[in-house]
Design a protein around this ligand. Sequence first.
Ligand SMILES: Nc1ncnc2c1ncn2[C@@H]1O[C@H](COP(=O)(O)OP(=O)(O)O)[C@@H](O)[C@H]1O
Ligand SMILES: [Mg+2]
Length: 414
Amino acid sequence: MEGDTPFADLFKESMIFANREVLSPHYIPQHLLFRDRQIAEIEKALTPSLRGERGRNLFVYGKTGTGKTSCMKTVIERIKALPVIRAKISYVNCRIYNSRYRALSKIASDHMPIYAKRGYGIVDIYEKMISWIEEDGKVLIVVLDEIDIVRDLDDLIYTLTRANSDIKSGGITLVGISNKVSFKEDLDPRSLSTLYENELVFPPYNSSELASIVKERALKGFREGVVDQAAVNLSAAIAAKESGDARLALKIISKAGELAEAKNMNVVTIGDVEAASKFAEEEIAYEMIGTLPEHQKLVVYAIALMSINGSRYKKLNEGNESFILSGEIYSRYSSIAESLQKDVKGARLYRKYIADLEMQGIIVSYESGKGIRGHTRLIKLSYHPEKIKALIERSLFREEGEQQNNVAGTAAPN
Ligand SMILES: Nc1ncnc2c1ncn2[C@@H]1O[C@H](COP(=O)(O)OP(=O)(O)O)[C@@H](O)[C@H]1O
Ligand SMILES: [Mg+2]
């Protein structure tokens, strides 16, 4: 298929795409459909802070792809466009800044560029942040997106709340955003009462809403006549059935475009959309696995290893599918955690991890009937164990390396 000229494809104009950027999950459209109420609610919650009063904290949650990040960013842009106000704002993507130290450094460096450099201790950062706020009684709005990923979240929330009692004039208003609907149950009661002063839920989109979202985006992202209504509707219907996730719907249609392009076609067919939906789901699952909290990642890692070296473990064959016994996964997880010198989490927490992983579609499980060692849970990965193994090894290795460079920042303010 490839021609002889190196990079020939690079300069070839696409017959499918008019603007790929518009189809990327990071693109934020000018106007967000069906979210006027949520945007108004966020603005209402932040209005006191914009007036220079410390407002009530806000907690926003809803499944992935329900528009939380886009709505928040839209509001942030509007705030930044306001004429002089005392409020400052920091948006923290906790997938990247996933610890108290990293989040605080990010907040500090947003407003005091010197803190973009590494190596400042947390006490120093904390104190500078406080005196910067007190200088002229600022109100700092801190948006923590995907807050559930922060490893030492209770510490982070505690530090930011504590700051409010240390600050003599001005203050900090918190906005927490989570994709995990059950997140409330995991929080320390103190953090919970801090965050839940106000709450806002983003419901999943239904199929017709998703179709409108996809259609609007396809109009800009694809060349004229490439995508018809049937292709739009199908990608919306698949995503609605899965989860009501706009990101999935958009990923399906753009992946379908890539498949059509690879075949040198100039239309996207229903068949392309069907094929794309399989890829898109998988891609999203891998992204999710890469950013799981550490111990859940280790559990998935244990399952992946056991699925690969199947013969050494007792898998139970149900038709063509092999399942692994939950208890054996727990022992394998424990020995992996030990060998990495991590505290092994108890069996109760482990069962919660399993339930969470299943809810995210990363594993499937079922309770066996009587017979096999009484009742036991049988578990299987939903995606390729080899790919998952490689992915987790990459991400674990990266984080270990970073932590070692970070010792300077581990002292806690007290
Ligand atoms: N109401 C909407 N109108 C248009 N596009 C949307 C809407 N909601 C979500 N999207 C698109 O779907 C994708 C995922 O949205 P995002 O805000 O990241 O969701 P969340 O933060 O809830 O996971 C983004 O590409 C976004 O532009
Ligand atoms: Mg988001």
